[in-house]
Ligand binder design. Structure first.
Ligand SMILES: NC(=O)c1ccc[n+]([C@@H]2O[C@H](COP(=O)([O-])OP(=O)(O)OC[C@H]3O[C@@H](n4cnc5c(N)ncnc54)[C@H](O)[C@@H]3O)[C@@H](O)[C@H]2O)c1
Length: 342
């Protein structure tokens, strides 16, 4: 129980943020969400009357957005200052970054990270959790699993912005607020704001609605983690001793979550064997990733273990689609961009 702990989440209405909000409230944290609601805010509606929940519609590219989010009698006078900021707000993914262009992507993903971090310092927050991505590793040169020490080889504007933000935060590792950087694997699974523009979620949707899958670069390896396990990892980061997190980078995922696309397709086929699969070899200048990732560090240092696997994710996605829990999965609110890169 954490009655005195207050966490501020930027991007808390999103895929990860809405599930993180729910989990923090369940375990008695106070939660402030600052989000500009790019994809709507239905994900937060169930929390509106929760006494420990505070929402502000705010654009964190604005210089005082985080500080202003904490103003007002309810929070400013009665709640402790946030002891951590979890910074999730971003233009997420290669297609979305490409769609808004370099200048905007940089303002959202790099400049806003600096601004939010400086406000965290000014507010006296103890830690700052940053959501980065294993896209930073790009294509591996020799096939060996990449670790946090491996060279970065970005293949997209999205990864370039995340690397620039990481570099800034690592340069501030001795600031009063401790930066902690997670490089997430590709997520899958259901959250209050499910995304269907992520590869596993998209494959399940296509197999279910079209009985058909079109696969590019079938042999490429990627790394996957369930959204609930990402939330568990962030919670570990919020609780870990400073010495374990200050200026640290952790790959967040599991060694058993490294799969080729073919293997993912086979897991989808196991649940929907009638699906027709067509393969194409196409090289496009997207966010190409062909890597295996090592998650030894997060396991060793933070004791992180995943609780769900890809088959669990496929089953829950199918359940949500079949029952109508998610009634209109083609709605644009489930996607960050209109085209999807596997
Ligand atoms: N989902 C993945 O597979 C994945 C993988 C690696 C890293 N990440 C990172 O995790 C974080 C969260 O990802 P997600 O999948 O939950 O994305 P999401 O798009 O579902 O959520 C992002 C949220 O941020 C908000 N937002 C964007 N710009 C904002 C701004 N300027 N001010 C306030 N709010 C703003 C959006 O409204 C949205 O609610 C991102 O930083 C992303 O880069 C995600």
């Amino acid at each position: 129980m954490n009655p005195d702990r207050h966490i501020l989440i930027t991007g808390g209405a999103g895929y990860i943020g809405s599930l993180l909000t729910s989990e923090l409230l369940r375990t008695n944290y106070r939660v402030t969400v600052a989000d500009s609601l790019l994809f709507g805010g239905e994900s937060l509606v169930p929390f509106l009357h929760h006494p420990n929940f505070h929402f502000v519609k705010a654009d964190v590219t604005e210089p005082r957005a985080v500080k202003d989010a904490l103003r007002g009698d309810r929070v400013e006078a009665a709640w402790p200052k946030p002891d951590a900021i979890v910074h999730l707000a971003a233009i997420v993914g290669f297609p979305a970054c490409q769609a808004v262009g370099k200048q905007v992507a940089w303002r959202y993903n790099v400049e806003a990270t600096k601004t939010v971090f400086e406000q965290a310092v000014a507010l006296g927050a103890e830690r700052f959790v940053f959501a980065s991505t294993y896209s930073n590793y790009g294509l591996s040169s020799n096939g060996a699993p990449v670790t946090e020490e491996s060279p970065l080889n970005p293949q997209s504007l999205y990864a370039e912005t995340k690397i620039a933000a990481e570099e800034y935060l690592l340069g501030r590792k001795d600031a009063p607020t401790a930066p902690l950087l997670f490089r997430f694997a590709t997520l899958y699974g259901i959250s209050p704001r499910t995304r269907f523009d992520l590869i596993i979620n998209q494959f399940v949707l296509d197999a279910y609605t079209k009985r058909q899958l079109l696969i590019y670069q079938r042999g490429y390896s990627r790394s996957f983690v369930h959204v609930r396990d990402v939330v568990n990892g962030i919670l570990l980061g919020l609780d870990a001793p400073q010495a374990k997190i200050r200026g640290q980078v952790y790959n967040l995922g599991t060694d058993t979550g490294n799969y080729t696309k073919d293997q993912i397709v086979n897991l989808v086929l196991k649940r929907m064997p009638e699906t027709m699969v067509e393969y194409k070899d196409l090289t496009f200048g997207g966010d190409m990733r062909d890597i295996t990732v090592s998650f030894a560090k997060i396991k060793r240092e933070l004791g992180f273990e995943t609780t769900l696997d890809v088959d669990d994710g496929i089953r829950e996605l199918l359940f949500a689609l079949k029952t109508g829990l998610i009634r209109n999965p083609m709605d644009e609110k489930y996607r960050n961009a209109q085209f999807i890169v596997q």
